[in-house]
Design a protein around this ligand. Structure first.
Ligand SMILES: [Mg+2]
Length: 268
């Protein structure tokens, strides 16, 4: 379900897997996840969300076509997509956590991803077909972990977005970082990446991976001309590096404390 937060240095397995879902298990016994309810309802049940995805993938087609026309590189052209909340919808996982009054846990996420029941997000499968029609190779770079490889291939295929294993670059826990730079470089060794698509700005550049108290807002401003042209951003109000940064990367704080931090931060 999720994009990954940057993890540098030594990491525990649980934290690494949690990063796939952008969260860490909370120690609280009675989780208060109401903060997720509105975001998940919007994401899963609003026509506006579907329209946003269609709009983004329409823009992605336009950008892909234009970038391909301008492509002068010797290598074949490629597009790189994230998976969770980019092409696959894991909002039922969020909903189930809330219904069961459970916090995020690695085991819960792994149980969900093993079901291979994430649906394709609006416009995603059509875009992938379009890219292939144009002769653009499609790569997925995701922070799902290697243990999820077979199930991820299966879920993508079941959702009309079949891909072979060589075009799926997952998070190797032995690398000790979920940063996608190395995997982007791997693709770039053999291809010219002419477009990136994701729900987290870290799907485009590691500049957004570990955000400080300024939340990378100024970095987004500095790259404003890339959005819609080199990187297509999709909406994800449920989780992301943006949220971790607000909590100063202390995701395991009690929700009440995190709510306070959010409220304090908001411009009034
Ligand atoms: Mg994602």
């Amino acid at each position: 379900m999720k994009t990954i937060k940057l993890i540098i240095g030594s990491i525990a397995l649980s934290l690494a897997v949690a990063s796939c879902c952008q969260k860490q298990a909370s120690p609280t016994a009675e989780p208060d996840m109401k903060h997720l309810l509105l975001a998940t309802a919007w994401y899963q049940q609003s026509a506006e969300m579907r329209a946003c995805y269609y709009q983004a993938y329409t823009m992605a087609k336009m950008a892909l076509r234009e970038n391909l026309q301008n492509h002068r590189g010797a290598k074949p052209a490629a597009v790189v997509l994230d998976i969770d909340e980019t092409v696959l919808d894991n909002s039922p996982f969020e909903a189930k956590l809330m219904a069961d009054r459970q916090n995020y846990s690695d085991s819960a996420w792994m149980a969900w991803s093993a079901r291979c029941e994430a649906w394709a997000l609006p416009g995603a499968a059509e875009f992938i077909g379009y890219a292939r029609e144009l002769g653009v190779e499609v790569f997925f770079i995701s922070n799902r972990i290697e243990e999820e490889r077979a199930r991820t291939l299966k879920n993508l295929a079941a959702s009309g977005m079949a891909v072979d294993s060589a075009h799926l670059l997952l998070y190797d826990l032995s690398k000790k970082t979920s940063c996608k730079d190395e995997r982007r470089s791997l693709v770039s060794d053999s291809h010219d990446i002419i477009l990136f698509i994701g729900d987290n700005l870290g799907d485009y550049t590691s500049l957004f991976d570990r955000r400080d108290s300024r939340l990378a807002l100024q970095i987004a401003d500095s790259l404003k001309n890339d959005f819609g042209r080199k990187f297509i951003i999709l909406p994800n109000p449920m989780y992301g590096e943006w949220e971790n940064a607000i909590y100063d990367h202390n995701y395991s704080l009690p929700m009440s404390e995190k709510n306070e931090m959010m409220l304090k931060l908001l411009r009034k």
